[in-house]
Design a binder for this molecule. Structure first.
Ligand SMILES: [Zn+2]
Length: 414
């Protein structure tokens, strides 16, 4: 059986950890609300505004839970530097992994199974993607739909003047999925407080334990995750600090986040529409409202931007953010494939090949793979070649004839 590949988006984000010139103090003893807002910023929204650059595609209002859901295999590079600091890094990695409940083991430098590279260096020339000077740096790959962290690279720079221990702790927490900088929190993740914080604070530990709590799932949409985190944070906070006064979980945080996502959706952002459709469908992160859910989903499916419509179809095809609806996904793909979008042509081909969402038709599938490959889609090239060998010569000929006769259909304004 031939393997058929679907499209996947990879978000690659880089982080820089050069602190700002002017440090700001923030309050200790964070409230429940402080931690909840901090958790959203660090784990979901991944907000790196407020003077921090280099985040790129990782920053999104409509994030999902990004974390490790499989063992970490780390390697160490740059062993000529301070042995004690290198040992401290490995120790810190193990401590954080233990708190998160993630298995870690050491792999060989350059080993194929390594998914967590730690590089020690001593340079004044470490640069973020945007060219800014960096103290230490973390980069990662994660699937923007499933939230699966698959690869991380940390550069621990011994030239970092503000303190190597902070640098190690801060970068490792980034590498576990606390990607943003909650500046209003007393946290080692905040640029404004890192000068004064030498190890993870209560807020950092609660955020990490909340992110890896079993009730929160990898890839869970932001609104749902924050709604759950509301209760989980209270549990973790009181477990760490039993004398803390009980907090009534604030609804204001969720309402603020929902309002910002509505604003994005109103501006035409399809992912924001999908997040709202799901929240109103499930009642997780919004009041149950099936009619409103349907209205947002319809708007997403009818986006006038082919790339955004592709996102809607992809989410429906694989059940990301919203429940799976392959028939609807196939209808959207067919529409934008007619308009000439290569990624949609490839994915329509896979659905026709497998009979998912519409009747199987291998000749028509091959036609779309040929057209998509011609437009430069690499997955379609593989799919075209693997399907071609399954078909008889006259079927291949027919697919080629149809591809040759194909003309893009002008997309009607929706
Ligand atoms: Zn950072």
């Amino acid at each position: 059986m031939a393997t058929l590949l679907g499209a996947a988006w990879l978000l690659v984000a880089g982080l820089s950890c050069a602190g700002p010139a002017a440090a700001q103090t923030t309050g200790k003893n964070p409230s429940h609300e402080d931690i909840l807002r901090g958790f959203d910023i660090a784990a979901l929204y991944a907000d790196t505004s407020q003077g921090v650059t280099g985040f790129g595609a990782g920053a999104t209002l409509t994030g999902v839970v990004v974390r490790w859901d499989h063992p970490i295999v780390y390697s160490l590079d740059g062993m000529q530097y301070d042995k004690a600091r290198i040992a401290e890094t490995v120790e810190t990695l193990k401590t954080i992994a233990d708190k998160a409940g993630v298995v870690v083991k050491e792999g060989a430098l350059g080993g194929k199974d390594v998914n967590f590279r730690i590089i020690f260096l001593n340079t004044d020339n470490l640069r973020t993607k945007s060219g800014g000077k960096a103290g230490c740096l973390t980069s990662w790959n994660s699937d923007g739909w499933t939230g699966r962290l698959s690869w991380v690279e940390l550069q621990i720079n011994f030239a970092y003047q503000a303190g190597i221990s902070q640098c190690i702790q801060h970068e490792l927490l980034h590498a576990f999925g606390l990607r943003g900088h909650p500046h209003k929190l007393h946290s080692i993740m905040s640029y404004y407080t890192t000068r004064f914080v030498f190890e993870p604070t209560e807020a950092d530990i609660v955020m990490l334990q909340t992110l890896y709590d079993h009730r929160i799932k990898t890839g869970m949409p932001r609104l749902h995750a924050v709604a759950l985190a509301n209760g989980i944070i209270e549990e973790k906070r009181r477990a760490l600090n039993p004398s803390a006064p009980p907090a009534t979980p604030p609804d204001a945080v969720l309402a603020d986040i929902r309002a910002s996502i509505v604003k994005q959706a109103e501006a035409g952002n399809v992912r924001a529409m999908l997040h709202l459709a799901e929240a109103f469908r499930s009642g997780k992160g919004a009041d149950l409202d099936p009619a409103r859910s349907q209205a947002w989903l319809d708007r997403a499916a009818a986006s006038t931007d082919p790339a955004q419509r592709f996102d809607a179809a992809y989410a429906l095809q694989f059940g990301r953010i919203v429940p799976r609806d392959q028939e609807r996904a196939a209808r959207i793909y067919a529409d934008i494939a007619d308009g000439g979008q290569a990624a949609a042509q490839n994915n329509l081909g896979t659905m026709l090949r497998n009979g998912h969402g519409l009747a199987a038709d291998k000749v028509e599938a091959l036609k779309w793979f040929i057209l998509s490959a011609k437009a430069g889609n690499k997955l379609a090239e593989k799919n075209r070649d693997s399907l071609s060998v399954e078909l008889a010569a006259e079927q291949r000929g027919e697919a080629e004839r149809r591809a040759g006769a194909w003309k893009p259909v002008a997309q009607a304004a929706k």
